[in-house]
Design a protein around this ligand. Structure first.
Ligand SMILES: C[S@@+](CC[C@H](N)C(=O)[O-])C[C@H]1O[C@@H](n2cnc3c(N)ncnc32)[C@H](O)[C@@H]1O
Length: 238
């Protein structure tokens, strides 16, 4: 075997080891997070690969508790909706508005919330994907007609962006409009959180938001894949 082949095999071995370590450390963060989340759930929750990672969810719940966020808007519902609602129920205050484009998913989400006695804490709002003048490339974004007619009394102090789906190349920048589209409803003291920042599209979005909104993002790559920025500072959630 030539020297070059031996070197290539060694390199491959080291890379494999690095990737395994990387995935082990991500799993370890999530395993600890599941223990932190345990008091919020006494029933089985259908946690799929589309959902936020447990370690990301813990940071979002930390933000709600530690920085007193009580009017939350979420783009893209799922497990996050259920856990945020549970926390709001436990705290006895706050409300979550979830924008969701998939009608079947809305039905499932509402059923889960109802079965767990959480419907009073969440308004799930149908928001079909439509052309949007703030969208980048050819992406669609949520139609806010129903949201704007229902969200009349408050300002948003936490915006969580985990939708629309953006896992494939044509839609990699599909989440960009969230901040500019909702800017008129943001409280003076607000936080914005973006999920999936391990992907190139979301990394580009936080960099654009940082420049356009003069925000500084804390990035949690191993422990959550989320980034958070606050307009006025606040307690650290990591
Ligand atoms: C990244 S997911 C949102 C996940 C959500 N925030 C959570 O933590 O579960 C974005 C969209 O994918 C869809 N979705 C979520 N979970 C799904 C699943 N298990 N199967 C199919 N579609 C799903 C929903 O329409 C959702 O708005």
């Amino acid at each position: 075997m030539s020297l070059l082949s031996r070197l290539l095999i060694k390199l491959q071995f080291s890379l494999d080891k690095l990737f395994r370590l990387d995935s082990l450390s991500r799993s370890a963060y999530d395993a600890v997070a599941m223990q932190v989340l345990a008091p919020l759930s006494t029933t089985y929750q259908p946690w799929s690969t589309s959902a936020l990672r447990p370690s990301g969810l813990v940071k979002i719940l930390n933000e709600i508790v530690m920085n007193r966020r009580c009017c939350i808007v979420e783009c893209g519902g799922g497990i996050s909706t259920v856990y945020i609602a549970k926390l709001l129920q436990q705290q006895g205050q706050g409300h979550l508005y979830t924008l969701e484009d998939n009608l079947g998913w809305i039905e499932l989400l509402k059923a889960l919330l109802q079965e767990q006695g959480l419907s009073d804490y969440v308004t799930v709002i149908p928001a079909p994907l439509a052309a949007c003048n703030l969208a980048l490339e050819t992406n669609l974004w949520y139609d806010l007609t129903a949201f704007r007619s229902q969200f009349t009394t408050s300002t948003i102090d936490l915006l969580l962006v985990d939708g629309p789906p953006a896992y494939d190349k044509p839609r990699r920048l599909s989440r960009y409009p969230a901040l500019p589209a909702l800017r008129d409803l943001l409280a003076p003291d607000f936080a914005v959180i973006l999920d999936d920042i391990n992907r190139s599209g979301e990394a580009e979005i936080i960099s654009k938001w940082a420049t356009e909104f003069n925000l500084t993002f804390e990035k949690y790559l191993y422990d959550g894949d989320i980034a958070i920025a606050r307009s006025q500072g606040g307690f650290h959630i990591g």
